[in-house]
Structure formats: structure tokens, C-alpha cells
Design a protein around this ligand. Structure first.
Ligand code: PLP
Length: 379
């Protein structure tokens, strides 16, 4: 491939900090670098408490435990999302109630949430697609009125904000991903942000295999013992050291990606003006992070042709997500409330273009040029 879809970012200090982690002779979790990452996340998001996990998937699973989700509980989310958004709750025995998205942002349609609430509803899980925030004021208002937990799937949302507030720090819990396909990475990694003190102590226990090991490390108890359910959710110091280097460069990475995003937008505007494709929309309350640049094509058949056309030019473009509500597991573990006006239609015509830290203008010109060539060939 001439222009791959993703290249994991390297920001310069990774090896320096990895070396320091090795010299510290502390390779398990919760050492110096893990604490530095926690501090960074708390300072930069304003959350009450941040804890690194080994993935966003595990951050979601931890949140489901902390929100005390029980068998038979119902969880509301959009069907246009990654499987982990739903699995984390299905693992606790919950049923998923899917609702349709808004076509402008591909996020959950906040106007459909209240109608999906039943006596069994326990939580709403907004996923912020492409780092563009869901309508959090409306969602938090509904949650307060019906006494529901809000768990943000902010896997794509680091360094994003909604009305000035960090994405991931708006709900009761927020979950970040540092998977190598995201903006800030450490191979595999994630974090859970806890925005309510009520859950802070239990979070340490659940994350440390259900023990009070965190108190033991602080010298607050002389032995650590089994306190609660839990698992091993903490990453090693090697991951944390790598991640800290990335977090320190987060502003630089996001600035670069937003510049690429804006350049794509400008270069593709003529095709949009001719009605050949659609470009993303960013609501004025949302600051995004350039995580995804997508276009929408007329339909699925044009999408397939464009993917193939770009591939021949050495450009890798990908589509996602296959809606969850009519997938094999989605039918088994959930149901769609209301009608699928947008989810299937919009997801089947959305195409993600190459986007990574360090993508050059020349590369974007090649992608935009290939798209023009495709559409010119049709006339
Ligand atoms: C990437 C992603 C996840 C999963 O993140 P991992 O860190 O790989 O577990 C979950 N939800 C969304 C929306 C994602 O984009």
C-alpha cells in the first residue's frame, strides 16, 4: 500500500521512557508511569479519578461492574458502534436496547432515548463517533430524570470536548482506548475515567482482582484480601511508559490530525458541491480530535467501487460498523427500539479515508485526486 489506512504514531520519547521503566525494575502495573498517566488524564479531562486499563473494552467492562449492572437490566445505546460497547453489558447479563443514530454525526439520536426507557433500564451508553460528542446535556438530563447511569464509550474521544467539557468526563464513567488505531496509543490499552466519588474506592478494588491491594500499597492496610468481584484490569508499566510519552505529545498529535482533517475537507469540497459525496458535520458545541475523516457515498455499491478504485491506486480506505442490532449476537442479546431509519443506510455508505499522525498534504492530494478521477470516469 502506498497510503495505508492507519500508521500508529511515534512521538519521540517512547524508548526513553521504556528504558526508564526497565531501570525502575518495576514491570507490573501501578508504578511511576501509570501514576503519571493517571495524573495527566485527571488534569487534562477534569475527571475525579482516572485508572489505566488494558483496553477500552476492559474499561467498559469495569464500568458495567461499577454501575452494578444485573441480569435482566436494559442498557440503551446506538446500534452503530463497536461490539465492545454492547458486550461489556451482555457479560453482566444485561439486554441491549438499540436506538437509531442521527445521520449528521452518526451518534445516538438523543431524541429517541426517552422512548426506549422501561422499568428495567439502568444505563445509557453514548459512543462519541469520530471524537465528535453526543448531545451530552440532553443525555445527562434524561439520566437524572430517570436515575440512570451514563457510561461514555469515548474510545475515540481523547482531547475532545462538548461545551468546553472533556469527552469522557461528562457521564458517570468514561472509557478511552489507546489501541494502535486510535489517536494516542500504547499498542493495547485504555483508561476508565470516574466522574463520581461514589465509585472511586470500589474502582480500585475491582481493578485489582477484587482485592484492596491499592490500600496495601499505600500502607493503609497490612495485608490485602478479597473484598469484591473483580479482575486484572491494569496494564504493565511498559505500556504505561510508552503511553506517557504519547500523552505528553497529545496536543501535537491532535493538532496535526486536525490540520489533515481540515485539508481533506477543503480538497473534497468541490466534489461535495457537485453532489458526488457528503462530508462530515461537526456541531458547534463539539471540539473533535481529527480521529476519523469519512465521506458518504451514494450507496453501498458506489462504496464498494470506490474502495476497489482507491485500492488500485495504493490507497487503503475502509468502512465500518456493521450495525449490531441485526447481527447474530445482537438479535440474541438485544432488540431495536423504534425503526432503523438511518443506521443501516448511513453505515453502508460511509467510507473512512487514510488518517494518521504525520499524514502529508501530498498524500491527501493523492487521495482527493483518486476520488476526483473515480467520479470523472463516471461522466
Ligand atoms: C476502538 C474502540 C473500542 C475498543 O477499544 P479497545 O481498546 O481495542 O478495547 C470500543 N469502542 C469504540 C467505539 C472503539 O472505537
Amino acid at each position: 500500500m502506498l497510503i495505508p489506512f492507519n500508521k500508529p504514531p511515534l512521538t519521540g520519547k517512547e524508548l526513553v521512557y521504556l528504558k526508564q521503566a526497565l531501570e525502575n525494575r518495576h514491570l507490573a502495573g501501578d508504578g511511576q508511569f501509570t501514576h503519571m498517566c493517571h495524573d495527566w488524564l485527571e488534569k487534562n479531562t477534569g475527571c475525579k479519578k482516572a485508572l489505566l486499563t488494558t483496553s477500552c473494552t476492559q474499561a467498559l467492562e469495569m464500568s458495567a461492574i461499577l454501575a452494578d449492572i444485573q441480569p435482566g437490566d436494559e442498557i440503551i445505546m446506538a446500534s452503530y458502534t463497536f461490539v465492545s460497547t454492547a458486550n461489556a453489558f451482555v457479560l453482566r447479563g444485561a439486554r441491549i436496547v438499540f436506538v437509531d443514530i442521527r445521520p449528521d454525526t452518526m451518534n445516538i439520536d438523543e431524541k429517541l432515548i426517552e422512548n426506549a426507557i422501561t422499568e428495567r433500564t439502568r444505563a445509557i451508553v453514548p459512543m462519541h463517533y469520530a471524537g465528535v460528542s453526543c448531545e451530552m446535556d440532553t443525555i445527562m438530563g434524561i439520566a437524572r430524570k430517570h436515575n440512570l447511569a451514563v457510561i461514555e464509550d469515548a474510545a475515540q474521544g481523547i482531547m475532545c470536548s462538548y461545551r468546553g467539557k472533556a469527552v469522557g468526563a461528562c457521564g458517570h464513567f468514561g472509557c478511552y482506548s489507546f489501541h494502535e488505531t486510535k489517536n494516542i496509543v500504547c499498542g493495547e490499552g485504555g483508561a476508565v475515567l470516574i466522574n463520581d466519588d461514589l465509585y472511586a474506592e470500589r474502582a480500585d478494588i475491582v481493578r485489582q482482582k477484587g482485592t484492596d491491594r491499592s490500600k496495601f500499597l499505600l500502607g493503609q492496610v497490612d495485608k490485602y484480601t478479597w473484598q469484591d468481584i473483580g479482575s486484572s484490569y491494569l496494564p504493565s508499566e511498559l505500556n504505561a511508559a510508552f503511553l506517557f510519552a504519547q500523552l505528553e505529545s497529545a496536543e501535537k498529535v491532535v493538532k496535526d490530525r486536525i490540520a489533515s482533517w481540515n485539508y481533506y475537507f477543503a480538497q473534497l469540497l468541490p466534489l461535495k458541491d457537485k453532489g458526488l459525496l457528503e462530508l462530515p458535520h461537526i456541531p458547534k458545541d463539539c471540539q473533535h480530535n481529527g480521529h476519523i475523516f469519512y465521506i458518504k457515498l451514494r450507496d453501498k455499491s458506489v462504496l464498494r467501487e470506490v474502495i476497489e478504485f482507491l485500492r488500485k491506486d495504493g490507497i487503503q480506505a475502509v468502512s465500518h460498523y456493521v450495525p449490531l442490532h441485526n447481527s447474530k449476537a445482537g438479535i440474541r442479546f438485544g432488540r431495536l427500539n423504534g425503526t432503523d431509519v438511518w443506521t443501516t443506510q448511513e453505515s453502508s455508505r460511509l467510507l473512512r479515508l487514510p488518517m494518521y499522525y504525520g499524514l502529508t498534504r501530498e498524500e491527501i492530494d493523492l487521495v482527493a485526486g483518486a476520488l476526483s478521477k473515480y467520479f470523472n470516469g463516471l461522466n
